[in-house]
Design a protein around this ligand. Structure first.
Ligand code: ACO
Length: 465
């Protein structure tokens, strides 16, 4: 892997070219985010017309910064970008993060090619152009003009779309989804998904990689790298442009070729990539991978207090190839003591709407602590005799007492306002919790799917080697 790629995530110093004193201008917002999110390296604003910006000495050029810089964030109009790259190259910069629009996406193919050629001639890599920046939470780096206070966590999010990417950055904060990184790749003139995957595969802070993908420049390399990465951690992709009309929309958005949907499907499957049906599912699955250990065996047990919700998760699981089998007898005996006599002790275990807060939590814990159970799905419908906030609180303290989860537990809490407060609390604690049964079922099913695909990818790679 090119060592310059790691400078995208861990630069020792950053110059912001086009830094501005004017709030609301992109050059101001990026500098302000870098400083405000707590980046610990050296930061240099570059603007020939200012002496000082946000309390920092301002430099007229990158080459006038003493000691040089690792990363140059460029936020000046497209026509000035090549001069800045030339100057930064001379100053020994390792990576140019080119925010500016006005390249291939508007037909300026030659300008984009020249940008890459010039940068590479100095050994510099280019992220972008036409991007909103990069975030890497382990380094407290937020060199973007998106929301500032992203939550640290295990998801690396690579996005080809700028506006959608920024919007989803905001969504992660509201939904309490932690990220290791958010990388806007825009036109992918140089650094692409495969380059980033190679870094993220060995990044200890990244548990799962989520990609919003419109198209790839080098499909073979992407699939080859992705299949190597998935032997280490899951890769979830939202492929946009899955239909003929969608593919046309992609062409006019980033100028990428969306490609043939069947080809993508087959390639993703072969590489072990999890293809999400939509953005919500992609983040649900990724949140689950980021927070939970893998199933310890094939026995998934569902504990529900609502028969209907139990049927819905059974259907969803079956659609993902998971058939629920009877719970272990030792678990049945344990739960029998906690539930009304008319409870169903099959799988799903239906503890009934009569169950108390304690009864529900203790049934979940019994499943979690049973050595024959590999994963647990809790499904809860708000009832008059239970309180979701209490359930969340009790569950959190019990899991803390246990020293954390040693097998996956995903939860659906279905109901009114109190359930939403409980969902937030559980998610903040790190138990993936969803407001709908199918979403929780899909998340846990994806873990089993990933393990199956990983196994087949590993054996295929072995055959090839
Ligand atoms: N070196 C240093 N500073 C320079 C240089 C240079 N060569 N040239 C200009 N500057 C200064 C300017 O004087 C200005 O400073 P000031 O505010 O003190 O006057 C500052 O740099 C910015 O230059 P402007 O000409 O004012 O440019 P502006 O900030 O309006 O726009 C930008 C620059 C943001 C890069 C714009 O050209 C652009 O491409 N915008 C689109 C960005 C975008 O959307 N990217 C995709 C993101 S994803 C999405 O879709 C949301």
């Amino acid at each position: 892997m090119d060592p310059s790629i790691s400078s995208i995530f861990n630069p020792k110093s950053i110059a912001v070219v086009g830094a501005s004193k004017t709030p609301g201008k992109i050059g101001y917002e990026i500098l302000s985010n870098i400083l405000g999110y707590g980046y610990g390296g050296k930061v240099y604003p570059v603007n020939p017309t200012a002496n000082e910006i946000l309390g920092l000495k301002c430099y007229p050029k990158v080459s006038s910064i003493p000691g040089g810089v690792d990363m140059v964030v460029i936020s000046v109009p497209a026509k000035s970008v090549l001069d800045v790259v030339e100057d930064a190259g001379n100053a020994g910069a390792k990576v140019a993060v080119v925010i500016s629009s006005g390249f291939k996406e508007v037909g300026n193919v030659a300008l984009e090619e020249e940008l890459v050629r010039k940068a590479r001639s100095y050994g510099m890599r280019v992220l972008g152009p036409n991007i909103f920046g990069v975030v890497y939470t382990p380094a407290r780096l937020n060199a973007s003009f998106g929301p500032r206070n992203v939550i640290p966590g295990g998801i690396a999010f690579i996005t080809q779309s700028g506006a959608l990417g920024i919007a989803l950055m905001g969504m992660t904060i509201v939904e309490r989804i932690g990220v290791s990184s958010i990388i806007s790749v825009g036109n992918k003139a140089d650094v692409d998904d495969a380059d980033l995957l190679q870094f993220l595969a060995d990044d200890p802070s990244t548990k799962v990689v989520l990609i919003y993908l419109e198209g790839v420049n080098d499909g073979r390399r992407f699939i080859k790298v992705a299949s190597e990465v998935i032997t280490k951690k899951p890769v979830v992709v939202i492929k946009a442009g899955r239909t003929e009309v969608g593919a046309k929309a992609v062409a006019s958005h980033t100028g990428s070729l969306a490609g043939n949907v069947v080809v993508y499907k087959v390639a993703f499957n072969q590489a072990g990539i999890l293809a999400a049906h939509n953005v919500e599912e992609a983040f649900d699955i990724s949140r689950t991978f980021a927070n939970l250990p893998f199933p310890t065996n094939e026995k998934l047990v569902v504990v529900t207090n609502g028969g209907g919700a139990g049927v819905l998760v059974t259907d969803t699981l079956a659609e993902y190839g998971i058939t629920l089998t009877n719970p272990p007898q030792s678990l049945v005996e344990q739960v029998r003591k906690l539930v009304p006599p008319f409870a169903s002790l099959a799988n799903p275990i239906d503890v009934t709407g009569m169950i108390s807060n304690e009864g529900y939590v203790n049934s979940l814990l019994a499943a979690l602590n049973n050595p024959e159970v590999g994963a647990v799905l809790g499904v809860y419908c708000q009832t008059a005799v239970t309180d979701p906030t209490m359930i969340a609180g009790m569950l959190i303290s019990k899991v803390k007492e246990m020293g954390g989860l040693n097998k996956p537990l995903a939860i659906a809490l279905i109901g009114g306002e109190e359930t939403y407060m409980a969902i937030k609390r559980l998610n903040d604690f790190g138990i993936p919790t969803f407001p709908m049964p199918e979403r929780a079922a899909t998340s846990i099913a994806s873990m089993y799917n990933y393990l199956r695909m990983r196994e087949s990818v590993i054996s295929r790679l072995k055959e090839l080697s």
